[in-house]
Ligand binder design. Structure first.
Ligand SMILES: NC(=O)c1ccc[n+]([C@@H]2O[C@H](COP(=O)([O-])OP(=O)(O)OC[C@H]3O[C@@H](n4cnc5c(N)ncnc54)[C@H](O)[C@@H]3O)[C@@H](O)[C@H]2O)c1
Length: 266
């Protein structure tokens, strides 16, 4: 299927690692020009080097997606360099800590809401302002199945991802008249630096997991959680993103679609 995103200008936040890296590389394979925006500029540059080494096009930008001024600078930079933004993938996110709500420090709450929800708000707002006059655009928010079902110990993360899905619906309604679609993609279990940190936390805090390797903790969680019983890859998530940003998906907006092996069925 020709997704017809050849020559489109796509920003992917948090593109330096994990799922964001997979999305950036997939969109570049589909011949979009990819701006890899990451807090870690070295990681962003490495991904762009991987893209250009295989004939793709892109630009690395060191950006803090939770910082209003930095986001504004990022959008100005891309507009000056390319004159348009066709695609935004809000991929930055993750959990800062795991605790029962009664023990959760307010700073951890703020940090988790910031990196998942504030970043999505700031980037979407800034990019939508540039998309609206052109009456076209695609915004994808990487949420989570934790944005569909509350789980103990990751309350701030769940609240943030529920918020991301809510924001997706609001922006889909507000931007529909400009032919801009806004959708959320909800990954299940992808082995990334983010998940490695979570596995380490589980190992350190649960005696039943103390003797297990981090990979074992991850694999057992995956087997228990989903009918397909296997983890997802960054490529699995990227395939859905590539479809949703294409012309083929022009009638899909305001949705939150799971890529999770069937772990959650709504
Ligand atoms: N890994 C999973 O199983 C899983 C499951 C569901 C949802 N998700 C979601 O997918 C997204 C990516 O997850 P991942 O596991 O690949 O994450 P990761 O931690 O492996 O990578 C995140 C990237 O974002 C960058 N980053 C962090 N804060 C930033 C900021 N403020 N500004 C710019 N860049 C920043 C990091 O430097 C890193 O390169 C997140 O939104 C996460 O919540 C992941």
């Amino acid at each position: 299927m020709d997704l017809k995103i050849d020559g489109k200008i796509a920003i992917v936040t948090g593109a330096g690692n994990g799922i964001g890296r997979g999305i950036a590389k997939r969109l570049a394979e589909e011949r979009a020009t990819v701006i890899a925006a990451d807090l870690n500029g070295t990681d962003a540059e490495r991904v762009i080097a991987e893209i250009t080494a295989t004939g793709g096009k892109g630009l690395a930008l060191q950006t803090d997606a939770t910082d209003e001024q930095a986001v504004s600078n990022m959008v100005r930079h891309v507009m000056e360099a390319f004159g348009q933004i066709d695609i935004l993938v809000n991929n930055v996110g993750g959990g800062s800590s795991s605790a029962l709500i009664i023990n959760l420090p307010a700073e951890d709450w703020d940090k988790t809401i910031g990196v998942n929800l504030r970043s999505t708000f700031l980037c979407s707002r800034a990019v939508a302002r540039e998309m609206m006059p052109r009456k076209r655009g695609r915004i994808i928010n990487i949420a989570s199945i934790s944005g569909k079902i509350g789980e103990s110990l990751i309350g701030a993360y769940c609240a943030a991802k529920f918020g991301v899905i809510g924001l997706t619906q609001v922006m889909a309604k507000e931007l529909g008249r400009y032919a801009i679609t806004v959708n959320a993609v909800c990954p299940g279990y992808v082995w990334t630096p983010g998940w490695q940190q979570l596995a380490q936390w589980l190992k350190d805090n649960f005696s039943t997991m103390a003797d297990k390797s981090l990979e074992q903790i991850f694999e057992e969680r995956v087997k228990a959680a989903s009918p397909l019983g296997r983890p997802q890859t960054a490529g699995d998530v990227a395939s859905l993103v590539a479809y949703l940003v294409s012309e083929e998906a022009q009638s899909i907006t305001g949705q939150a679609i799971n890529v999770d092996g069937g772990a959650v069925m709504h």
